[in-house]
Ligand binder design. Structure first.
Ligand code: ZN
Length: 51
């Protein structure tokens, strides 16, 4: 999961080591704090398989 802001450079991704739940929480926090629109895209499978 990768979430990014449509209005500034904010982003959060499971590639950074956070869980999807944590990223969803951060996205809501960003929206609450700034009123910005946060969009999300699923990551391709290669990013999920790390072993
Ligand atoms: Zn923003």
């Amino acid at each position: 999961m990768h979430k990014y802001c449509l209005e500034c450079g904010w982003r959060a991704s499971t590639e950074d080591g956070d869980s999807e739940r944590e990223i969803s929480r951060k996205a809501i926090e960003h929206f609450v704090e700034t009123g910005h629109t946060v969009d999300s895209i699923p990551l391709p499978p290669r990013c999920v398989i790390k072993n």
